[in-house]
Design a binder for this molecule. Structure first.
Ligand code: IMP
Ligand code: MG
Length: 189
């Protein structure tokens, strides 16, 4: 495991911490605007943060949303294109109490093939929310493998590179970097 010095050497910054914070604040405003007449203290906006990747983005984003929120978490394991390209995402830590008739916003880290979002959409639609939208930090420009749900709130679009930081990992490391970067010498799958 590398020291902070090693980390700095190995990662090329793609989106700086400052750029991220600026965009997250804008997104928080957009979300506030979009839901302000739809939710109330009696009927808060249900925000579902997808663990672990969206934990950092989600934590920052919710603090920029000026609405009554009910914060939830789900954990989805995607084997997306890596060791088991054919396997479907699996869901852990399911939603415990009902979201029927609630406005629901799912916060996810990255849209790659789209398999994970498509899976989350069908899982949550079965719970019959009033509405279901997605806020995603990074949209990768690539050919999608799955029929993907529309992403209403997007922070950044990036090229098809493997990125780490701001919640995203490589073998569970690098999630704590305040920026999004590319591991130098990493060859994409
Ligand atoms: P999808 O199902 O192919 O869209 O994959 C989405 C999931 O794969 C994300 O939630 C991430 O956990 C992971 N993922 C995809 N691309 C990257 C990346 O560039 N860096 C880190 N994780 C990634
Ligand atoms: Mg993920």
């Amino acid at each position: 495991m590398g020291s902070e010095k090693n980390i700095k050497r190995a990662i090329k910054i793609l989106i700086s911490a400052k750029q991220i914070q600026k965009r997250v604040a804008e997104l928080g405003k957009e979300i506030t605007e979009y839901y302000k007449n739809k939710v109330s203290e009696k009927r808060p906006l249900v925000i579902i943060i997808v663990q672990k990747g969206a934990s950092i983005f989600g934590a920052d984003l919710v603090r920029k949303i000026r609405l009554s929120l009910d914060l939830r978490f789900i954990r989805v394991v995607s084997y997306g294109g890596k060791t088991m390209p054919q396997s479907d995402p699996e869901i852990f830590d399911k939603i415990k109490s009902g979201i029927e008739n609630d406005h629901v916003l799912v916060v996810e880290d990255i849209l790659d093939t789209g398999k994970t979002l498509a899976f989350i959409k069908s899982y949550l639609n079965n719970l019959q929310p009033m509405s279901l939208n997605f806020a995603v930090l990074l949209i990768k420009k690539m050919k999608r493998m799955a029929k993907i749900p529309r992403v209403r709130f997007k922070a950044f679009t990036i090229s098809n590179k493997f990125v780490v930081g701001y919640g995203l990992d490589y073998n569970e490391i690098y999630r704590n970097l305040p920026y999004v970067g590319v591991i130098e010498n990493y060859s994409p799958r």
